[in-house]
Design a binder for this molecule. Structure first.
Ligand code: ADP
Ligand code: MG
Length: 235
């Protein structure tokens, strides 16, 4: 069963006098539980595609369906609610709050869920910190962590609300290649443990090797086949 579908999706941005086409007629399907990669050079449309899946933007034409919901039809508030319930986000620059501890950073999204008692929050935080191997660092601040550890915390934060789908925009871009590899292996293990679908973007061949489904983008178009190596796939 699919969790994400794009049907002839295009997205353009008005820049002064000109329209910039970020995505052009993209159709694709991502299955529930899949570990899927959006791959392409800078400017190929990866972030635009992730923003559409994340209800942070809506398509100019075509339809994006995420977890059974057509995202173009959601207003701002509905979009925020949908994100809070169904989605987790991981960013290339980690986006941790420097004044909060590791534990508090991971707890933070749960504070946004109304009526969740502390008695439920704490075990949820402990479970995901344990899963990413950061229990021992729970009282530290982000500034005391390495890049790889920060990304582990960010992955825990993305998972703590038990989302159906985690979106990760170039999650390893600021990590050395050995650390990047370990972060990808961890994300895949989280998929195995929690059954969460992961969609990530990258242009690093070693990172894309981990993917089960790879979508190659170039100038906003989905390629039928990879430009040089691997297996492409589209709907
Ligand atoms: P990638 O993430 O693969 O680097 P993006 O999705 O960020 O690619 O960008 C795709 C294209 O759309 C680029 O040409 C970019 O300049 C343009 N673009 C993206 N976002 C905007 C925006 N908010 N306003 C104008 N142009 C944009
Ligand atoms: Mg990008």
């Amino acid at each position: 069963m699919e969790i994400v579908s794009f049907d002839q999706v295009s997205k353009s941005y008005r820049m002064g006098e000109v329209d910039v086409t970020a995505l052009s007629q993209v159709s694709l399907l991502i299955s529930k539980g899949e570990f899927a990669a959006l791959v392409g050079p800078s400017g190929s449309g990866k972030t635009t595609a992730l923003n559409l899946i994340g209800c942070l933007d809506s398509p100019t034409t075509g339809e994006v369906v995420v977890a059974g919901q057509s995202v173009g039809r959601l207003n701002r508030r509905q979009g925020a609610q949908f994100r809070g319930k169904k989605l987790g986000f991981v960013f290339q620059d980690f986006n941790l709050l420097p004044v909060l501890t590791v534990f508090e950073n991971v707890e933070y999204p749960l504070l946004m869920i109304r009526d969740m008692p502390k008695g439920d929050r704490h075990p949820a935080v402990e479970q995901v910190l344990e899963a990413v191997g950061m229990t021992d660092q729970a009282r530290k601040y982000p500034g005391q962590l390495s890049g790889g550890q920060k990304q582990r915390v960010a992955i825990a934060r993305a998972l703590v609300g038990n989302p159906e789908l985690v979106l990760a925009d170039e999650p390893t871009a600021n990590l050395d290649s050995a650390t990047a590899q370990r972060v990808m292996v961890l994300m895949k293990r989280m998929r195995d443990t929690f059954g969460t679908t992961f969609v990530f973007s990258t242009h690093d061949p070693r990172v894309m090797d981990q993917a089960e489904a790879t979508f190659y983008l170039e100038d906003g178009r989905l390629l039928d086949a990879p430009p040089a190596y691997g297996e492409g796939r589209h709907a």
